[in-house]
Design a protein around this ligand. Sequence first.
Ligand code: GLP
Length: 245
Amino acid sequence: MELKIFETYELLSEAAAKEILFVVKKKPTAVICLAGGDTPLRTYQILVRQAKEYHIDFSKVHFVGLDEWIGIPSSNSGSCQFFINKNIIAPLQIDANHLHLFNAMSNDLEAECRKMDGVISKLGGIDLMLVGIGMNGHVGFNEPGISFRLKSHVVELDQITTQVGQKYFKTEIELKKGITLGMQNLQEAKEVILLASGDKKSSIVKQMMEEEINEYLPASLIRAHANSKVFLDGASAHELQTNDC
Ligand code: GLP
């Protein structure tokens, strides 16, 4: 694992966008998994701008969704699908056949999970997975205590997640379950980048980086991945023992 600490959120976002562009330039048929959430938003804006500016061809790239709130339709602006569509898929004009997202409205969610894992393996695996970290140390919706061996699965959401998750929605909403790629999917991805930003993440970032790797701290698993990077801004890194920018 490589740790990089950037002075600002803007610099972190520029670096993350550069990594994604690098992967696509190297492999135009790359399979990329992108997280929703506030943290990667600026990365995606920079990515879209630079992809257009430098004429990077995204037409053969496949995008895989990381997670979704169960029971929330994609038309709801708080859904992960809405966010990915708005910030990546629409601006880059990605063909619908190259977009693989969980249908969280399905009445057979187990089939959705099997379908997602099947798609990933048919595409030859995920080349780059870009994730965030939840306030409780989750990755995607892999909540504390989840087995590291799971691939796509349905989860009962942690109380912290359901509370923090309200920030994505215009009005208060009942959030109970999620559907997500699992930590086994993360372990099998060829490259993983985790982004964290802001003072509010500093305590969980410290735990992720300094506590023993364990299933009660899902994000800690990134340290065991052979090709992973953790990008932090100064605010999220300030509690770390070593936090030179
Ligand atoms: C959310 C999502 C994750 C996201 C994380 C951090 O609940 N399930 O995919 O990475 O929590 O979100 P944010 O970047 O908004 O802090």
